[in-house]
Design a protein around this ligand. Structure first.
Ligand code: PBG
Ligand code: ZN
Length: 323
């Protein structure tokens, strides 16, 4: 008889043969910075997550730096929104201010800047709108300007999340021309039009005011297309590619891992976080156990980097387990 249980007998034996480990240094913590407020405001649909004014950002950043995580992913919420998202590429915009502040106080903490227009446009779409259509090519120069402005402010990695075609190439050449040839791009390559983003749109105040994002984000039914999206982003110059969301798309993560050698990121998105928090608050699940199980599953599927709102808690729990 096969005796699989021999190696499950003690915690030490189980640790000895464990195949997957979550690296604290590979966890990325998303943060929301809001312009024009003095208080941190709780995001109702995401217990434990707040929008921070720049004044209170240092406290949170210190926590992130001390946790030893791989970095933070920054989202700015501007006071002024318009049709073309001007605040995104204003060198004095909220995101640029936050990047400068973090890099001044914690220069060693990696700051990833999310590049998209939806937090900055009054219509809430990720690109420029003409006659109810989200137009691709007119959006590209605005994304490129935003990326350069974030790099000037000191961002370590540029992360376009808009899903316009050709944006990685546009951003790469703009960065190179502006003297930022050394700044890498982490592309949201396979980003699905997902219902799991709704708590984020509360947090970032970025819900589209008409229609939805299905004309630019991917159809959840398509797997092979994700590989084509990733391949194209790599050919345009992406340094890190991403699958998003994570838990309902573990098959995509696994296929991407098998097909490509680049560092692969997975975004454990807001809805995935909120569902865990809600069930935990009801006493229906053990939060720590579920979070570590979810993150292990994402790593086992093949993600090198995990972007997660659980990052600070997970870092704490992982340290407790392996002091
Ligand atoms: C902006 C952006 C979104 C997320 C990251 N960047 C929202 C969207 O595309 O609607 C989602 C993150 C999350 O749900 O945690 N383009
Ligand atoms: Zn967007």
């Amino acid at each position: 008889m096969k005796r699989f249980r021999r190696l499950r007998r003690t915690p030490q034996l189980r640790a000895l043969v464990r195949e997957t480990h979550i690296n604290i240094s590979s966890l990325i913590y998303p943060i929301f910075v809001e312009e024009g407020t003095k208080e941190r405001k709780p995001v109702e649909s995401m217990p434990g997550i707040y929008r921070y004014p720049t004044e209170l950002l240092p406290l949170l950043i210190q926590e992130a730096a001390e946790a030893g995580i791989g970095g933070v992913l920054l989202f700015g919420i501007p006071a002024h929104k318009d049709a073309v998202g001007s605040s995104a590429y204003d060198d004095n915009g909220i995101t640029q201010q936050a990047i400068r502040l973090i890099k001044e106080k914690y220069p060693e903490l990696t700051v990833i800047a999310d590049v998209c227009l939806c937090e900055y446009t009054d219509h809430g779409h990720c690109g420029v709108v003409h006659d109810g259509e989200i137009v691709n090519d007119e959006t590209l120069p605005l994304l490129a300007k935003t990326a350069v402005s974030f790099a000037k402010a000191g961002a370590d990695i540029i992360a376009p999340s808009d899903m316009m075609d050709g944006r990685v190439a546009a951003i790469r050449s703009a960065l190179d021309e502006a003297g930022f040839a050394d700044i890498p791009i982490m592309s949201y390559s396979a980003k699905y039009a997902s219902g799991y983003y709704s708590p984020f749109r509360d947090a970032a105040d970025s819900a589209p005011c008409f229609g939805d994002r299905r004309s630019y984000q991917m159809d959840p039914a398509n797997g092979r297309e994700a590989l084509r999206e990733i391949e194209d982003d790599i050919s345009e110059g992406a340094d890190i590619v991403m699958v998003k969301p994570a838990l309902a798309y573990l098959d995509i993560i696994s296929r991407a891992r098998e097909s490509f050698d680049l560092p692969l990121a997975a975004y454990n998105v807001s809805g995935e976080y909120s569902m865990v928090k809600a069930a935990a608050q009801n006493g229906w699940i053990d939060e720590k156990r579920i979070v570590l199980e979810n993150l292990t599953a994402i790593a086992r599927a093949g993600a090198d980097i995990i972007i997660t709102y659980h990052a600070l808690d997970a870092a704490k729990w992982l340290k407790e387990e392996q002091p």
